[in-house]
Write a protein that binds this ligand. Structure first.
Ligand code: NAP
Length: 283
């Protein structure tokens, strides 16, 4: 597995396994299977309600802790953000059965973002988490966070797939030393991604599936990918993208699929801010 080096020197796998929308009762098995086929980066969140199952799979795998890269995410906290963030972090760590996390992400750019971020900085300084970052930050919010705080986010995890490619956002993040990570790399199959003729045609040239072409395209751009699947054969397919390389022409042809717009929702949409920003998790 290839790694990327984050802005604080921490190494992160370029490809990992996401567990959003895997029901808690299915998650332990899915993560166990993912670890068995070679995934070492696991991406969960307090909001996914499956951290405990991820933790059980980690424990039962017998894989040395230092070989794993575990990410979880902080949900929007009530005030006082400083105290509540620390508590939310400890709860996540307890559920995962870990004493240190590799990457902690602020899940949404809402609420007392600065209070939450400063609490995350403290967790990092105390050595509880190796790297801290954000998710769903648009460029203006990201730069504002960078210029007004001590620690620059190591990662920004954002919707990134062939129909919403984020090339300009990636360039800006690179300028600030922030690693881009894709969520929804397959757009969850929307827009008939898995039967897209252009992607299928490229795949045919290498004997690869559309999923493999998409993941290869992401990692070749230096975007960390975390595909989700509950099927072992797809898990194996999705991690097998390091044995071929897309040409410049193929990369350029995939670039034409970009619509420049979300297929899910815009984090700047007031209705979404109202809905997501007010949602709280059961403790
Ligand atoms: P995704 O990875 O784009 O797509 C997952 C879908 O693709 C599932 O329906 C899966 O079905 C299918 N699939 C997987 N491999 C396939 C293959 N080789 N061929 C055909 N179909 C395949 O969607 P996602 O789970 O939303 O995104 C990935 C990860 O990003 C999440 O799990 C989560 O960790 C993270 N995420 C973060 C945020 C955020 O706000 N930070 C938001 C969304 C997601 P099966 O399971 O049936 O195989």
């Amino acid at each position: 597995m290839q790694n990327v080096t984050l802005n604080n020197g921490v190494e992160m796998p370029l490809l990992g396994f996401g567990v959003y929308q895997i029901p808690p009762e299915q998650t332990e098995q899915a993560v166990s299977e993912a670890l068995a086929v070679g995934y070492r980066l696991l991406d969960t969140a307090a909001a996914y309600n499956n951290e405990e199952a991820v933790g059980r799979a980690i424990k039962n795998s017998g894989i040395p802790r230092e070989e794993l890269f575990v990410t979880t995410k902080l949900w929007v906290q009530d005030a006082p953000a400083q105290e509540n963030t620390g508590r939310a972090f400890e709860r996540s760590l307890d559920r995962l059965g870990l004493d240190q996390l590799d990457l902690y992400l602020m899940h949404q750019p809402y609420g007392d973002v600065y209070g939450q971020w400063r609490a995350m900085e403290d967790l990092h300084r105390e050595g509880r988490v190796k790297a801290i970052g954000v998710a769903n930050f648009h460029p203006d919010r990201l730069v504002d966070l960078v210029v007004n705080n001590d620690i620059t986010p190591a990662v920004n995890q954002i919707e990134t797939h062939p129909f919403f490619q984020r090339a300009a956002d990636q360039a800006l993040m690179r300028e600030h030393g922030v690693q881009i990570q894709s969520w929804g790399g397959f757009a969850e199959g929307r827009n008939d991604l898995f039967t897209n003729p252009l992607l299928a045609g490229i795949g045919k040239e290498y004997g690869k599936s559309v999923a493999q072409v998409v993941l290869r395209w992401l990692v070749q751009r230096g975007v960390v990918a975390i595909p989700k699947s509950v099927r072992p054969e797809r898990m194996a397919e999705n991690i097998d993208v390091f044995g071929f390389e897309l040409t410049d022409e193929q990369m350029a042809s995939i670039a034409t699929l970009d619509t420049g717009a979300t297929l899910f929702f815009d984090h700047r949409d007031p209705e979404m801010v109202n809905w997501l920003g007010k949602r709280r998790l059961d403790a």
